[in-house]
Unconditional design. Sequence first.
Length: 132
Amino acid sequence: MNTDPIADFLTRIRNASSAGLKMVDIPSSNVKRAMTQILFDQGFITNFKFEEDGKQGVIKIALKYNPSTKVPAITKLQRASRPGLRKYSGAEEMPRVLNGLGIAIVSTSKGVITDKEARKQNVGGEVLCYVY
């Protein structure tokens, strides 16, 4: 049994991206769906589709690559908060990833949002991961 589903989500995307795969299938959950939507909105993935498959469902993610150099759009996925050491941040101390070029995905009382949205809405929360 997987004890950290968010780390599993990030690892599957990281491994598929480094292997050059076009698609990756990930078991679904509400947080993973929100994170997938954020990755799509920020331009890190090409497309995604939620499929109901029995009790849990599957997220099919189409990874994005540079058409000429075949370099993945996601160069780094890093887990910030983990089960053994949670990382919380207020709206004022929200981390800036690569001076604003990357994003931090934050779980707040308003839902799972990016660090820029959290600053705009003036809410803090648990920093789940960094993407750039």
